[in-house]
Design a protein around this ligand. Structure first.
Ligand code: PHE
Length: 464
């Protein structure tokens, strides 16, 4: 009865798509291609894939298994495993609570651009100052924030199976088709620059795929590994409470290890394709130095590239921002669900009540985040970035750079040393399924992942 009221995924397929929906997000699209272009193309890809198959796999396995084993939200799951380690649960609920409002603010920006391209105003979006003009505006960002938040809330309101699972089953396949379509289009591009050279999409693809060892010293290689590690951590939605919440809805009969492989594959393939989509297009129109990261890639450089494509640009831009919106929505939903499941399990609230309360919180904090670009503007130097940060960056820093590594490290210690890896292995092999990377899982969780996470933490603090 209790399980029934919490909700469950109908099957493994729905779970995989929902979890992949969470994993595939803005990180895949605006950060992965940038890092690959900066960090030696194919070299970064190889490092990333190796880390995904080892570190990413182990972390994902731990979190999803904790969820299914305890059938609890992130806030309450850790306490059920061990009273003394219950504090990890509080951290795991605070992180999605902090991320949700600013993710909605960014989701709102995506809707704004989608709308601009859809209504044929792509050229305006390519003009200098368009993005800063928009985010510093007083009302517009608030309206788009509200639309994004409301969309997430409506899906969650409908429950796990009828809301999250159904929505992911529709959106994720469309997303894959759109990504493949844009990637293929990007490869067909070609442009003659001012120097009279014709650059093609295939030239850009080569830059992306062929490993480049130019200027790769031991120190630079170390940085490439850390970049890949931090990207992976974020991209798989680890340490955000999400995978515990989603894991808690997985039916006992599902084959966990198979699902985990599929989620990882999905996330990595989409990240890879995002590179095929973006790097050749940037390379053709802006040359090798055109790549930038974060908001400026998506909201400043890409609109310029769409404009350079001529009449096709408005259509490609519309499809592109629709795809980004789908990716952002399924991630937004997952981060909101991590908080809502926590409210439901801890305070015994109904899904509807918990959704209303979290929506109100996210709205108030989200408005404050938007006001951070006008009324509440300040400039703060943060250890993780050269450029000064606003409220959004502060929330991002506290959650992503400080709290998440602490959660991940504590999870490794709890599972690896206090409870022992068998706790998770038993859960994964509950129905007699094979667990081929069992040894690897144990070694990663006990020894190697903690070292990786400490390195991430030291980087975040600006020590390394
Ligand atoms: N995995 C997501 C991404 O790559 C990260 C994320 C998930 C962020 C959910 C917020 C909410 O973008």
């Amino acid at each position: 009865m209790e399980h029934h009221s919490r909700g469950t995924f109908k099957g493994s397929f729905g779970f995989v798509l929902a979890a992949a929906g969470s994993a595939v997000g803005l990180g895949n699209i605006w950060r992965f291609p940038y890092l690959a272009a900066r960090d030696g193309g194919g070299l970064f890809l190889v490092v990333y894939i190796i880390l995904a198959l080892t570190f990413g796999f182990a972390m994902l396995t731990s979190e999803i298994s904790i969820g299914r084993k305890t059938k609890q939200s992130p806030l309450t799951a850790y306490g059920k495993l061990s009273k003394r380690w219950g504090w990890i649960g509080i951290f795991s609920c605070v992180v999605p609570f902090l991320i949700m409002p600013y993710y909605c603010a960014i989701g709102g920006w995506v809707i704004k651009y989608f709308w601009a391209f859809l209504t044929g105003h792509g050229l305006e979006a390519a003009q200098d100052g368009y993005f800063s003009g928009f985010i510093t505006g007083q009302y517009e960002p608030l309206i788009f924030l509200l639309i994004f938040l409301a969309a997430c809330a409506i899906v969650i309101f409908n429950g796990v199976e009828k809301g999250i699972e159904q929505f992911s089953k529709i959106l994720m396949p469309i997303l894959v088709i759109l990504v493949i379509g844009i990637a293929v289009y990007s490869l067909t591009l070609s442009h003659t620059n001012e120097a009279g050279q014709t650059v093609s999409g295939i030239d850009g693809l080569k830059v992306y795929l062929i490993p480049s060892f130019k200027g790769v010293t031991a120190n630079k290689f170390f940085h490439i590994v850390v970049d890949a590690l931090m990207q992976l951590f974020y991209s798989l939605s680890i340490a955000m409470g999400i995978m515990i919440a989603y894991g808690s809805y997985v039916p006992d009969r599902s084959n966990l290890s198979k699902s985990i492989n599929q989620i990882e594959l999905f996330d990595t393939v989409v990240a890879f394709l995002a590179g095929v989509m973006i790097i050749p297009a940037v390379y053709v129109f802006m040359g090798p130095d055109g790549m930038s990261t974060g908001p400026s890639l998506m909201f400043v450089s890409l609109p310029k590239i769409f404009a350079a494509m001529g009449p096709a640009g408005n259509i490609v831009g519309t499809i592109f921002f629709a795809m980004v919106l789908f990716a952002a929505l399924t991630s937004g939903i997952s981060i909101m669900e991590a908080v809502i499941s926590s409210f439901m399990d801890k305070f015994k609230l109904s899904r509807k009540k918990a959704t209303v309360i979290e929506t109100a919180f996210a709205l108030v904090i989200g408005v404050i985040v938007c006001l951070g670009y006008n009324l509440l503007y300040f400039e703060l130097k943060l250890p993780n970035s050269e450029s000064p940060g606003q409220i959004l960056d502060v929330l991002d820093y506290i959650s992503n750079y400080l709290m998440m590594p602490i959660i991940a490290l504590a999870t490794c210690i709890l599972i690896g040393w206090v409870l022992k890896p068998d706790t998770v292995i038993e859960e994964v092999t509950k129905n007699g399924e094979p667990f081929r990377r069992k040894k690897l899982y144990t070694i990663m969780t006990r020894y190697i992942s903690p070292i990786f996470i400490i390195v991430i933490l030291l980087f975040s603090l600006g020590i390394l």
